[in-house]
Ligand binder design. Sequence first.
Ligand code: SF4
Ligand code: SF4
Length: 94
Amino acid sequence: MTEEISYPVINEELCKGCKRCIIGCPQNAIFLSEDMNDAGYQFAYYSGNGCTGCKDCYFTCPEPLALEVHQYKKIVNDEVGRMIKAKVANKGGK
Ligand code: SF4
Ligand code: SF4
């Protein structure tokens, strides 16, 4: 079975907490951490659910390498797809 799984990966140490990705995400799937990174910025994180892979967050982020959108276009093994989804949900997308 073919399935598409997408999720953002945010490098919390490169994020400056500008919130552009949070405001820009049409799925409201990105939030701002209450914790701070080593540079003293609150950082964005993925909720773990809802990403459709539209990449709006990627194109609005002004910080190079702070945010990527990962996409698995073809999942032929359902068990592998479930494992990836569980891993993303458990890590909150980090
Ligand atoms: S790719 Fe789109 S839906 Fe997914 S987190 Fe980014 S803005 Fe939201
Ligand atoms: S747009 Fe980039 S720098 Fe701004 S909060 Fe999101 S990940 Fe961080």
